[in-house]
Design a protein around this ligand. Sequence first.
Ligand code: 4AD
Ligand code: MG
Length: 469
Amino acid sequence: MKELKRSRVNDLLKKDCRDLIGKEINVKGWVRTKRGNKNVAFIALNDGSIIHNIQVVVDVPAFQNEELLRNVTTGSCISVNGQLVESKGKGQQVEILASEITLYGTADPEKYPLQKKGHTLEFLREIAHLRPRTNTFGAIFRLRHALSFAIHKYFNDNGFYYLHSPIITGSDAEGAGAMFRVTTLDFKSPPMDEGGNIDYSKDFFGKETNLTVSGQLEGELGALALSNIYTFGPTFRAENSNTARHLAEFWMIEPEMAFFDIHDNMDLAEDFLKYLIGYIMEHCEDDLLFLEKMYDKELMSRLKLIVNSKFERLTYTEAIDILVDSGQQFEFPVKWGVDLQSEHERYLVEKHFEKPVILTDYPRDIKAFYMKQNDDGKTVRAMDVLFPRIGEIIGGSQREEDYDRLLSRIKEMGIHIEDVWWYLETRKFGTAPHSGFGLGFERLMLFVSGMGNIRDVIPFPRTPQNAEF
Ligand code: 4AD
Ligand code: MG
């Protein structure tokens, strides 16, 4: 086969490829469909660079290798040389008149699971190793890429430094106690101490370690030196919540800013979310339009609503009053002091305000130890951003910068000082007011893709009883 530089389908269909028309080009990709008759075959080829396929036209009688052509079936992988021409058919501007085809890999039509269109998302989850080959997951993964890039761009353009927080930690940032243990100890006969407990001093790190639930505590160390940092990495939670919004392994973006109070923090969160949504509306239109058509007819209008609305800001206490006065029957009854459930959050956002909401000043007893304590002795300077369809998308706070108040909270909550002494030291040496928040990347993906289940916005979802792929 003649050696030609490979063109991406994206370059042929999207960019101005006028100067390639009439030329010999090469494309490689996976066959989506092949149809035709004994005179002509039409192959829809996709290489993942874009949602659209390029059409390859084969003059069957002139094509020497009949057997090869028979083996070009849905799912097979081919390389095509041919002339790029303006298309006579509808639906595409250009197509390729094949002169040579190399078959890299066949896909037995009797066995290839993606033979037909229209599989359910549930079925596709069971073939997570092949679902990237579908239009839906191609769109989802390109969106994930674009959003990740936009996140780094936003922070880079705004003077934030990317801090790499560790994945293995000896502390429990959120204190929720839902961590995955990391150990090299022998399960069958772990070393025991005199008290009859497992002796972790003999473990790999010489102490108990887990996968991190959040990069925040380390992020704060960075912010108290570099002023503005962000982390963006995987986080792990062993909570057994089998919902459409929880993963055991998810990605979190956590900016942390010295000299920011909670109002600065809210301003940043709002600006950041609007930027990200605006970015993908500008850069991922084809994929978004596909997802809108397939899964969520109001996707684009909902995205626009976010960019154009001013987020409503109110306190937890005010929100409780609204919920109590609403007369709504909630599955979980509301009263001051309870943690809000997504039904409550969604009522506020979707029914009451009809736009995103930021709630602040939550009861201290339902929030983490590090949040700045208000003078009322009952609430802390927490802020949660609530989105339509999602509920909580961001959780954050101003941090307690006072050494004594932080220490007393740590003791009160039974956190071991030896796990967080280094964190406490930042309040001893040059403490500063500071704030930050965590954006759940897959929650954002759920929102921007219009998908209904968080398992469908990450390549390989980790949920209870599920880590096959
Ligand atoms: O509210 P969370 O637990 O806050 C923190 O972890 C703080 N350390 C963040 C900070 O202030 N730096 O989690 C933050 C966000 C949530 O709002 C949600 O979007 C997402 O992370 N999240 C999850 N996403 C998917 N699956 C789960 N199990 C999640 N738990 C939290
Ligand atoms: Mg939270």
